[in-house]
Structure formats: C-alpha cells, structure tokens
Design a protein around this ligand. Structure first.
Ligand code: SF4
Ligand code: SF4
Length: 496
C-alpha cells in the first residue's frame, strides 16, 4: 500500500488553515521529490491538459479536487424535449424536478464572487439554463463578460441543445469559453421525432421529422465549428430505453468523428410527478447496470464521461455535493469584493496532493493488472468526501463512487446516489434497503467506518463491506482488495 499523504483531503474540505496545511504538506508525508508533478496523461498535449486539468467535469481526476457552480441566468428555450417540464430547469444538464432561483447577470456576478471567496475549490462557472444558454444569449454573454473581468482565471462553460449554437460560436471563442456541452440524443431524425415534439427556429415553429432534421443539422454544424476553433466539446446524451439506447452507439461514432472531446451518457430520469411527457406516459429510465452495459459497449469510441452527477441548476461545490442553499440571494451581502488568495493557496496544496495521488494510482493499476491472471473482475463502491480517498462513514454517504478492477486495471465507472443510512446516530432499515438496491452489481463496499448491523445486511445481499482501507486512495485500497481476493482463489463474483 502507498504511504498515506499526511495532508488529508478531509482537511481540504474543512474551513482552510493554509499555514498548517502547507506545513503538513512539506513535513514528511510526501517522501518523493516529485511532489507537485503533473498528472497529465502521456497521450494528451499540454494545451488540452491546461484546459481540463482543473475542470471537474472534463477530467475525472480533477473532480476529486475542484468545484463548479451553475448560475441560472438564461430561462428562455427554443425547443421542447419530451423529458422536460418547463416548470423546472433544463433537464439536459440539470436534474429534472429541481427549480433554481433565476438571476440577472448582476446578481449572478455577486453570487459567483461570494462563492469564490468561500469555496476555494471553485474552478468552473457554467450556464446551463434554466432554458438554453445560446437561445437566451444576451444574458449569457453579459454574465460571462462581467464575471471574467472580476475573476479572470475562472473557466467558463455553457450547455446548449445546439439549435442556436452556430450563431454564437465566434462570440464564445472571443470570450475564451473553451468548454461547451451540446445535448445530442440522436443523429437519425426519425428517432429525434420521438424525443422532440417541436422546435422554434428562424421565427417559425417546426414539428415532427422536419423539426428533428433541422435540430440534427444545427447540432452537427455547431460541433464542427467548435472543433475547428479548438473549443472542447462534451456531448450529453440522455439514454431513453427503447427509443435511443441502441442508437447512442451511432451517436457516439458521429460525435467522435466530428471531434467531440467527451461523451456523457446520462440516464433518463422519468417520474410522473415531474409532469414531463415521458413521465406521464410511463417511459422508464435505464437501471444503473443497463447504463454501465451501454457505456462498456462504447469502450474504444469517443471518450466517455462517467462521473456526471446531473447536478441541480444552481449547484455549488464538488460534484456530488451541493452547497447551493448556502448562497441564495437573500443570504448574499449587497457588496462583495473578490479575494483571490484562498483559491490560489488551495491550488498550490492540491498540486502537491495530485502528484502523490497520480503515483499511487499508477502503482495500484499496475498491481491489479499483474494480479489479474484469471481475468476476474470486482465492482467496488467507495464512500468518499472527496480527494479520491476512502474517507466517508458508510452511514453518512449520500453517494458511492464505483470502480471496476479487472485485467484493464482500476477504472472509475460511475456513482450511485443514495439517502444517508444513518441520521442522528441511528440507522434506518428501510433506508438501508434502498442503499443495497442502489448498489446493484457491486461486490464490495469500502468506507472509513461501518457498524456490524449494516455490514451483516450487506453480506446477506452478497456485498462485502470493510473499513480496513480507511483514508487510502481509492485505487490503492482496491488494488489491495483485489490482491487479497486473488490470493483467496479469485472466487469473487464476476461482474456482468
Ligand atoms: S433544451 Fe432544456 S429547457 Fe429546453 S426543452 Fe430541452 S430540457 Fe427543457
Ligand atoms: S451536470 Fe454533469 S457535466 Fe454538468 S456540472 Fe454537473 S457533473 Fe458536470
């Protein structure tokens, strides 16, 4: 096992005492002289790495350390998706059923500065609606120009359905927006007609096949224009069983050919209570294992994002946590002045931690590959507060990060959202049943602490749980677990 780094990421998640943290970082925990070394993958050029290295959505590794926030400044939309109810926010980037506080560009600026002063992990500002960021363009543009003047190093992102995108690609490039998400659910308008009942384009409403054809052409044009300008594009696709699930293999091929940087397959969230067409007509979303099976089939195509949390439209914080309610308008001071010092200090510390994490991960991946003689695989759920470490109590976890260990090494394959099992020191059996159901397919759970009762119930459900690897990096812990399983005869459950 690697030596635990003395500056735990737990400390990075608490109010920050920078002097103590820096002292800890240099007082022997990190033995190697290569502390602070770059985590850049060998197959990536420096310019691309520079764009993604602190972006929690574009870099799976960065999502352990850096935070994003969405500001809801763009309420108007120019299409209708069958998974959307306009009472809520744009479901292409946000969780349906959640309504955010709509902001003017000035209010957004005040909020972003207040968050940057309090959340040093903040690296990205996104506009994901609550309608379409390109259709409601004037507000998007005004917000970005105000904020980038105040916080020049913050990364700017938009997400869009793509219909109005080609009209604004040059302006996006001029504003240094180098991350754009387009939701592309189809490349065949016949399938598109089952997802989009209408669009509004060039002052006219189109329906059916004609609408889907125009949308498809505009999405492809927008993607090609972004690629030509070196802007990184993430494609979101909503997986809708029986409608576009098989078709997403074709979508993946098309977007890869047109230069997409990442493809994020998101499960349809469909609930009659959300009042969407799909919710009201009984269209189901995929199970976690159906989503994983599709993602596995796409291995080798456009690179997949597997760590998307389908955040709230006013989400603030690390992916998987939401501090948005700490920064509602009524809680913000009237006057806020940006203080760059906390974010700068945090980055220094994270650079050191990341160098250590990368080395530990490389060792762990190599060990798993060496031990994978009989080709067995395990699916491991980690309870974590961040930093890529096993550092959360089982009962407090609101999500588990899931990794697969196999002949390919150790790969992050997704997350499972749950209700925390333990409230005020007591565990609820009914909640535990929900946690176990959410862990479908998982063979092991690693956490910082777990009681006998939940442990026994997990074992009864065929899942082994342990706190023996508390505070280790996820990959290091999984590698040790995998070696133990191999030594025990490799009789672990095969992962479907
Ligand atoms: S683009 Fe977003 S806001 Fe517009 S209809 Fe679709 S999900 Fe709703
Ligand atoms: S919805 Fe997904 S892509 Fe968007 S900010 Fe959240 S994690 Fe990132």
């Amino acid at each position: 096992m690697s030596q635990p780094f003395t500056i735990s990421l737990d400390s990075l998640m608490q109010p920050l005492d920078f002097d103590a943290m820096r002292e800890a970082a240099t007082s022997g925990g990190c033995a190697s002289s290569s502390c602070g070394s770059s985590a850049k993958p060998d197959d990536m050029d420096e310019a691309t790495w520079d764009k993604i290295k602190d972006h929690p959505c574009y870099s799976e590794e960065a999502h352990h350390y850096f935070a994003r926030m969405h500001v809801a400044v763009a309420p108007a939309c120019n299409i209708q998706c069958n998974y959307c109810n306009r009472k809520y926010d744009c479901a292409n980037e946000s969780r349906p059923g959640v309504v955010s506080e709509k902001l003017t560009p000035d209010q957004a600026k005040r909020k972003v500065i207040a968050v940057a002063n309090e959340v040093p992990q903040l690296s990205v500002l996104g506009i994901a609606g609550p309608g379409d960021a390109c259709y409601d363009w004037k507000k998007t543009q005004a917000t970005f120009s105000e904020i980038s003047r105040e916080i020049p190093d913050i990364k700017l992102c938009i997400s869009t359905n793509g219909l109005a995108l080609p009209d604004h690609v040059d302006a996006l490039a001029a504003m240094n927006v180098d991350h754009v998400t387009i939701t592309i659910n189809m490349v065949d308008p016949e399938i598109g007609a089952k997802i989009y009942p209408w669009i509004y384009f060039n002052k006219r409403r189109y329906t059916g096949l004609e609408a889907a054809t125009i949308l498809h052409q505009r999405q492809m044009l927008g993607l090609e224009m972004l690629t030509a300008r070196g802007i990184l594009t993430k494609i979101n696709s909503v997986m809708i069983p029986g409608i576009n699930d098989e078709h997403l293999i074709e979508v993946n091929r098309w977007v890869k050919e047109r230069g997409a940087f990442l493809h994020n397959i998101m499960p349809l969230i469909s609930d009659p209570g959300h009042g969407t067409h799909y919710g009201l007509t009984g269209q189901r979303g995929p199970t976690a294992m159906e989503l994983k099976a599709l993602q596995d089939r796409l291995d080798g195509g456009a690179k997949l994002m597997r760590h998307c949390r389908q955040c709230r439209a006013d989400a603030v914080g690390l992916l998987g946590e939401d501090r948005g309610q700490e920064f509602t308008l009524d809680l913000l001071p009237e006057e806020v002045v940006y203080d760059a010092s906390k974010r700068a200090a945090y980055r220094e510390i994270v650079a050191e931690e990341r160098g250590d994490h990368v080395r530990a991960k490389e060792q762990a991946v190599a060990a798993v590959r060496r031990n994978s003689g009989d080709g067995h695989a395990i699916l491991v759920a980690i309870a974590t507060k961040g930093g890529g470490r096993v550092n959360e109590h089982f009962g407090h976890a609101r999500e588990f990060q899931v990794y697969e260990a196999s002949a390919k090494g150790v790969q992050f394959v997704g997350h499972r959202r749950v209700d925390a099992y333990c409230m005020d020191g007591f565990g609820e059996d009914a909640t535990l049943d929900g946690v176990i159901a959410a862990l479908e397919g998982v063979t092991h759970v690693l956490c910082a602490k777990i009681g006998d009762c939940p442990k026994d119930m997990l074992v009864a459900a065929g899942i082994e749980a342990t706190d023996a690897y508390a505070y280790e990096y996820a990959e290091t812990a999984i590698s040790a677990l995998y070696a133990a399983a191999t030594a025990a005869g490799g009789d672990e459950k095969a992962v479907a």
